[in-house]
Design a protein around this ligand. Sequence first.
Ligand code: ADP
Length: 227
Amino acid sequence: MGGVRLVLFGAPGVGKGTLAEMIKSEYKVPHISTGDMFRELVKERTEAGRIVSEYMNEGKLVPDDIVIGVLRDNMKDDEKGFILDGFPRTRKQAEALQSMLDGKRISLDAVINFEAPAEVLAERLSGRRQCRDCRAIYHIKNMPPKKSGICDICGGELYQRDDDRREVVVVRLKVYEEETAELIDYYRRKDLLKSVDASNDPETTFKEVKTALIGSLRVAGNSNSDG
Ligand code: ADP
């Protein structure tokens, strides 16, 4: 049957990456972040990495064909469960995901839609720091590391992502509204959408996630006969 199959959805800065790690510890399934995959690709300094970095640094979406190809390569074991973070971000990506899952005769358990006001998003993005090595996420005010600039988990260096600069953040929030937000309706119509208030601290949001998932996971755990 496999573990949970979730999509984490929401605007940049809403906390998908942080919550994905908490959900991963609880449900023991892989965290698949397209943003992290692309940051790794950029590090490799290949032609593909150079193309991707141009889109990311401007806050624009990487073209669907590239995203879907990269995702396919990273979802070979998806029967075992997964947490998708940052994918899908367009209608075309959502349809590609659906056909990948249909091909394996599996389905999503839920799409968690994290919601927070715009000013909270902007504040979180501007204070965010990430570990260069293990990719753990911190916030200079809300979740500071024990030692400034150093990752608590692996001792790696913390840095500010290029796309967390204010002028790029503005573009990313706009791109989310124009290209991604329509998926809320798409998943609502499929009866998969669970909206969660993400304006509080991560532990509070995580409790809300678990509450939101109760019904979905019970169904996922049964080999549902009447559906
Ligand atoms: P956030 O959700 O905070 O914007 P991510 O790490 O998920 O951060 O994404 C960073 C950047 O990576 C995006 O601005 C975009 O350029 C690229 N990216 C990530 N996922 C996708 C995707 N599914 N489709 C297109 N571009 C993506």
